[in-house]
Ligand binder design. Structure first.
Ligand SMILES: NC(=O)C1=CN([C@@H]2O[C@H](COP(=O)(O)OP(=O)(O)OC[C@H]3O[C@@H](n4cnc5c(N)ncnc54)[C@H](O)[C@@H]3O)[C@@H](O)[C@H]2O)C=CC1
Ligand SMILES: O=C1[C@@H](O)[C@H](O)[C@@H](O)[C@H](O)[C@H]1O
Length: 335
């Protein structure tokens, strides 16, 4: 295959950044078509980037002009397009979460198994972030003893329209996935507690929230989600091991001395903070689609994430510690 011809559904914020990175920076693939429920806007995006515009995502996905699909719509609409891609036998990269509901993720898993071919990759881009990859390498080296505790924070400058469940299902789902990948084990229990809420939280939103996870081997994790922190985009991860504390590196930035102070700028949002991770994940996805072998986060990873998120929702609503019940991984997903 010369160039992977990609159709993208969902031309919003991240959809457009994916079009730009694939068509302007990455190799071996090209977004040639797009679709969006807001068709007028979709046409303006298509015109800007020289793409074909489709009113219905399903029509684009089944078109013979398209080899592979990217789904970047709002979370509740991922399932219908991922399943349309599986039905058409096409590789599909779905932005996280695979779907907001564990049941929807399970339907995707079942459809993929029925189709008999690995087609789905989930946009858990932190697995490609050079900093998290360093942490994974340090843990694997065995030099620092076993991990015992993790202290993490996920802070967004703001999050218009966010609801209390979204802090877990849409935001902390990144930690749920990347920490499971880092530690190479599943979770056993989850609890969610609410500190005092910020005055910047809209409507009924409880913000910040703290999620406590324990893994099957007993590693204890705390993750703070603060989606209206109002100072920037800040992602922290400290892994306390038997003989060391391993810390996620921050993107480098020059320190500025000015106005009687020292200042080091930080990122404003995810698009800046994880730019390398998005580039690496999509370049690898294009390469793997072309040689017929996906290795990134799969539909089962997406499902496990949402089973954990569902347990977290129950823990939040009941203010109790909830056991995470996970069936064993189907042979189809065993590498
Ligand atoms: N990996 C990451 O770090 C990030 C992932 N995301 C994920 O990407 C997805 C999109 O997020 P944003 O671009 O920030 O949202 P957005 O609101 O900017 O864009 C969403 C787009 O989906 C379209 N849409 C809504 N319903 C649709 C439907 N039924 N069919 C077709 N199109 C539909 C909307 O018209 C809009 O253009 C979300 O699932 C979000 O969780 C978003 C930001 C960062
Ligand atoms: O995935 C993302 C957004 O959808 C989500 O809303 C943000 O909280 C995350 O920081 C970002 O990476």
């Amino acid at each position: 295959m010369k160039e992977l011809r990609i159709g993208l559904v969902g031309t919003g914020n991240i959809g457009r950044t994916h079009i730009e990175r694939i068509n302007q920076r990455l190799q071996g693939g090209r977004v040639i078509a797009c679709a969006d429920a807001n068709f007028d806007f979709c046409k303006t995006v298509a015109e800007q980037y020289g793409l074909d515009a489709y009113q219905r995502g399903e029509d684009m996905i089944s078109s013979n002009d398209i080899d592979a699909v990217i789904v970047a719509t709002l979370d509740p609409f991922h399932e219908q397009y991922v399943r349309a891609a599986i039905q058409a036998g096409k590789y599909v990269f779905c932005e996280k979460p695979l779907a907001p509901e564990a049941e929807a993720c399970k339907r995707i898993v079942e459809a993929e198994i029925t189709g008999g071919k690995h087609l789905v990759q989930v946009g858990f881009m932190r697995r490609y972030d050079p900093g998290y990859r360093q942490l994974k390498g340090l843990l694997a080296s065995g030099k620092y003893g076993l991990p015992l505790m993790l202290h993490c924070a996920h802070r967004n400058y703001d999050a218009p329209g966010f609801t209390t469940p979204m802090s877990v299902e849409n935001s902390m789902i990144h930690e749920i996935d990347v920490l499971r990948w880092l530690l190479n084990e599943n979770y056993a229990t989850v609890e969610v507690v609410f500190p005092k809420s910020t005055r910047h939280a809209e409507g009924d939103l409880r913000d910040p929230q703290i999620m406590y996870l324990t893994t099957e081997s007993g590693v204890r994790i705390d993750v703070e989600s603060f989606v209206n922190c109002r100072y920037g985009y800040d992602i922290k991860c400290e892994i306390v091991c038997e003989e060391a504390s391993l810390n996620l590196p921050e993107p480098p930035n020059a320190m500025i001395r000015t106005n009687d102070s020292r200042m080091t700028p930080i990122c404003h949002d995810w698009s800046e903070r994880f730019i390398d991770a998005y580039n690496i994940e999509l370049q690898e996805w294009i390469n793997f689609c072309k040689n017929g072998h996906l290795t990134g986060p799969n539909a089962w990873d997406g499902y496990v994430g949402q089973v954990t998120a569902k347990a977290a929702s129950k823990a939040r609503d009941t203010q109790s510690v909830v056991r995470i019940e996970l069936e064993s991984m189907p042979d189809f997903y065993k590498k």
